[in-house]
Design a protein around this ligand. Structure first.
Ligand code: PGA
Length: 259
């Protein structure tokens, strides 16, 4: 695991976008794992800019989102399909039929989960998965206590997650209680991970993820075991780390990789 601390949200996002762009340039048929929430918005803005200004093409790219609420149709403004279309997919040249999210409206949720795993496998597996982290240490909707080997499944949202996500809904009561999420095992199968965190409210979860023992009670700690993970942390979210981490090492190495 490589940890890179950046001074600002913009710098964190720029490095995240550069890693995504490197993958897409090296392999035009890349399979990208996408995340929702406020953390990756800066990456998506930068990717849209790279598409428009620099001709970065997503024409052959396939995408899989981490999760989706159960019971919200795709046209619902708080559904993750709506979010990812609005904030990324509608503004780049990806083919919409190559973009997937778990089906939160499926009649048979269990079957939909199995099919989602199958689709990822048929696409050749995920080349790069983008991740955020919850203030309770969750990744995707894998809440504390999730099995570290879990696959795509239905998950009940924790009270903390419902509270955190209520900022996107008219009131707390409107936040769905259940979601379909890629499992921790599914995420760990991705060939590369980038995990981003910003804001003081993430500092405790970030310290546990990087320096704490691996435990299902802080699902993000599992990324310590992944063979290729870059954790990009903005200064405030790094506030409770006890060791020193490089600021620019990743950039130097990336430049060397792309030569
Ligand atoms: P956020 O959510 O990006 O909106 O902070 C991250 C998460 O809960 O995984």
């Amino acid at each position: 695991m490589e940890v890179v601390i950046k001074e600002s949200y913009e710098q964190m996002s720029a490095l995240g976008a550069e890693i995504v762009a490197r993958i897409v340039r090296n392999k035009p048929r890349s399979v990208l794992g996408l995340a929702t929430g406020s953390t990756p918005l800066g990456i998506y803005r930068e990717l849209i800019r790279m598409h428009k200004d620099e001709g970065l093409s997503f024409f052959q790219v396939v995408t899989f989102n981490l999760d989706e609420y159960i019971g919200l149709p795709p046209e619902h403004p708080q559904s993750y399909r709506y979010f990812i279309n609005q904030n990324l997919l509608d503004h780049i040249n990806v083919k919409k039929e190559n973009t997937y999210l778990p089906d939160g409206m499926a009649e048979n949720i269990e079957l939909a989960c199995i099919e989602y795993e199958k689709k990822i496998e048929e696409a050749g597996g995920i080349d790069l998965q983008i991740l955020g982290i919850g203030s309770n240490g969750h990744i995707a909707f894998n809440e504390p206590g999730s099995s570290l080997g879990s696959r795509t499944r239905i998950e009940t949202l924790s009270e903390e997650t419902i509270q955190n996500n209520s900022r996107f809904f008219p009131c707390r009561e409107n936040v769905p209680r259940h979601a379909i999420t890629m499992g921790i095992g599914t995420i760990m199968d991705a060939r590369e991970l980038i995990l981003l965190a910003n804001g003081e409210e993430k500092a405790g979860a970030v310290a546990s993820m990087i320096e704490g023992p691996i435990t299902a009670m802080v699902p993000a700690t599992v990324v310590q075991l992944h063979r290729k993970t870059t954790v990009i942390v903005e200064r405030a979210a790094a506030g409770r780390l006890s060791r020193c981490y490089p600021g620019e090492l990743q950039v130097i190495r990336m430049n060397r990789d792309t030569k």
